[in-house]
Unconditional design. Structure first.
Length: 287
């Protein structure tokens, strides 16, 4: 799967598309997309969802996304990295933003894998549209406090989108979907990816009230892949993101994501990518 990197902390552009000639790509940055005109299908993590004028999408650095365009489409794309929202003056603020972004990453990657994000409250729809419009205006002019204002606009948009995802998740848990257990299991895995003990079969069986013999079968039935492959693949994707977008050392990444040590991470990474973490980081920085 091809990947695309962001070469500066923040980009905003309005573009027209008559067709999408690229295969779905994994983009190593957050992206908010507002459809200004046109219709078609959004492709996210092998799922397809319809879009139309006014549709708004949030993609995380781990989502594989593309478009199947039915009518000529005009859209506004807001792209930003953790670096952009993490440009705070104090260490405490930087740590708070970093933790908040990781939570959003879990929420939206989980959501984009299975569901379409619907902003159901008319007030939220109008508020997001207004914020994007003001963000575009601010971006177009070089004025004092421009970057701080852009950060505030993006943060507000993300908060509103996260609220709508939380509302839909709560509804699913109340019984609106026939089988929300797999969603809860996937969210648990992502939230505890740095804690291998909470990803063990016996822990998952006890936590989700399943037999140990059935956990793996259930997971494969609902996702099409083995539990261990999913955990390893997701962890490697997080490593890729950290290598491409942070200054953390390989040892620090290993500690953050639950690897035994740096050599354990390097062996797993080379197995899945064919190159070492250091080579991957060098290639990512030069792309």
């Amino acid at each position: 799967m091809e990947r695309k990197l962001l070469h500066q902390p923040f980009e905003l552009f309005v573009s027209d598309m008559e067709c999408w000639n690229e295969r779905p790509l994994i983009y190593h940055f957050f992206e908010i997309v507002q459809i200004l005109d046109g219709e078609g299908l959004r492709i996210t993590n092998r799922n397809t969802f319809p879009y139309r004028k006014g549709s708004i999408f949030l993609f995380t650095p781990l989502d594989c996304r593309g478009f199947d365009i039915k009518t000529p489409t005009r859209f506004c794309a807001i792209r930003f990295s953790e670096v952009f929202l993490g440009k705070c003056k104090t260490v405490q603020d930087r740590e708070r933003i970093s933790s908040w972004l990781k939570q959003l990453e879990h929420i939206f990657f989980h959501h984009n894998r299975f569901q379409e994000l619907l902003v159901k409250q008319p007030g939220d729809c109008h508020l997001i549209a207004s914020l994007i419009d003001n963000l575009v205006r601010e971006y177009a002019h070089d004025r004092p406090y421009k970057e701080e204002n852009l950060q505030h606009f993006v943060t507000l948009i993300l908060n509103i989108l996260a609220r709508n995802v939380s509302d839909s998740t709560a509804m699913s848990g109340a019984g609106d979907t026939p089988d929300p257990l797999i969603n809860r299991m996937l969210l648990h895995i992502r939230q505890h990816i740095s804690d291998p003990d909470k990803l063990r079969i016996d822990f998952l069986a006890s936590h989700f009230n399943l037999s140990e013999n059935y956990v793996g079968e259930y997971f494969r039935k609902l996702t099409g892949e083995s539990l261990q492959h999913y955990i390893t693949h997701y962890r490697i994707k997080l490593v890729q993101q950290r290598l491409a977008n942070s200054v953390l050392t390989v040892s620090q990444i290993a500690g953050e994501l639950g690897f035994t040590d740096e050599s354990h991470l390097s062996r797993q990474f080379r197995k899945y990518n064919g190159i070492s973490p250091a080579e991957y980081r060098k290639n990512a920085k030069s792309t």
